[in-house]
Ligand binder design. Structure first.
Ligand code: NAD
Length: 289
């Protein structure tokens, strides 16, 4: 197969995501260069046997520049990198927030893409110890990826999907959505709701152990099993919740959830949370001028 997207530059290659995607891209058929500005993170890259490159040296040659830097740095780093990129190259970021907020430097001829890993599904059939141990994905357990690529052509999209499948591999499906849709997935659906509920359940577990005095092992056994069954019943209709359980659930809703909670899906709220995450006053929108 002939492919055009061969040279990849990773900026922020010594960070958490930078190391993960570098581990997967190293040894692939892509030509990959690694850029990092923190001395400690540079040492981590060197310890893996990879070599360091200067961003300004490799970006002008790259077909794809992956910015694995913190979201709050993306405005500055993209302003440095985008003017140096070659025509037709792709700027790939790993989270939709900065793109949605209009913080990324734009240039005619430079395409922008965002690819965010879904993490392996709670319903994934796992067979090996390695698959069971891989909660984050990118190692042994298959995960899907949600990605946005709103300019460029189908060939580039298909080549980009191949790169995404390597960097986050093993990957099942790359789901193409818009940047705005991706922002509704993360943060709204998975961070504002799912991660919040996860940490909320941990708080309830601590309260059960510390305030009520339940043995930790008993409380954990009861909760972990019920997390599994609650998800199976809610998402897969394996069997119905019992009548008494539904009364307790209704009580939980009344006590814990605000009646107007669905406003988190209002665009105004999405704008507010993205601005808060990026530590900016407000998101910038092309149609706001
Ligand atoms: N951490 C996660 O679980 C996770 C998951 C999915 C997506 N993401 C996204 O991945 C991106 C990176 O997040 P992270 O958690 O890996 O961040 P991180 O803070 O762990 O790493 C960022 C790295 O970028 C480096 N860096 C900063 N400015 C630089 C510059 N100008 N030149 C070269 N290197 C520079 C830093 O030194 C650091 O090593 C973000 O967009 C984030 O939203 C993170």
């Amino acid at each position: 197969m002939t492919y055009e997207l061969k040279k990849i530059a990773i900026v922020g290659a010594g960070g958490k995501m930078g190391m993960r995607i570098s581990n997967n891209l190293q040894g692939s058929h892509y030509s990959v260069t690694y850029c990092e500005n923190s001395p400690r993170a540079q040492e981590q890259i060197l310890a893996t046997g990879r070599t360091l490159s200067a961003t300004n040296d490799v970006v002008p040659q790259a077909d794809v520049v992956i910015l694995a830097v913190p979201d709050v740095a993306l405005e500055t780093v993209s302003a440095q990198v985008v003017p140096q990129m070659k025509n037709g190259a792709i700027l790939l970021t790993l989270d939709p927030a900065a793109s949605y907020a209009g913080l990324l430097a734009q240039r005619d001829g430079i395409h922008q893409a965002v690819a965010h890993p879904c993490h392996p599904s709670v319903f994934l059939e796992r067979y090996t110890k390695e698959e069971h141990a891989d909660a984050f994905g990118g190692n042994a357990a298959v995960q899907d990826v949600c990605a946005a690529f709103e300019s460029g052509n189908d060939k580039q999209r298909s080549e980009l999907a191949n790169i995404i499948a390597v960097m986050y591999g093993p990957v099942g499906v790359v789901h193409w959505v818009t940047v705005k849709q991706l922002a509704y997935l993360e943060p709204t659906l998975v961070e504002t709701v799912a991660c919040m509920v996860g940490s909320f359940m941990k708080e309830a577990l601590d309260e059960t152990i510390n305030r009520i005095g339940l043995p930790e092992a008993a409380a954990k056994a009861m909760l972990y099993g019920h997390i599994q069954i609650a998800l199976a019943v809610s998402f897969r209709s394996t069997n119905p919740f019992s009548d008494a359980c539904m009364i307790a659930m209704e009580y939980g809703r009344e006590q814990i959830i605000k009646p107007d909670w669905k406003k988190i899906f209002d665009e105004k709220e999405l704008d507010l949370i993205i601005a808060r995450m990026l530590k900016i006053d407000a998101v910038r929108k092309a149609d706001a001028a």
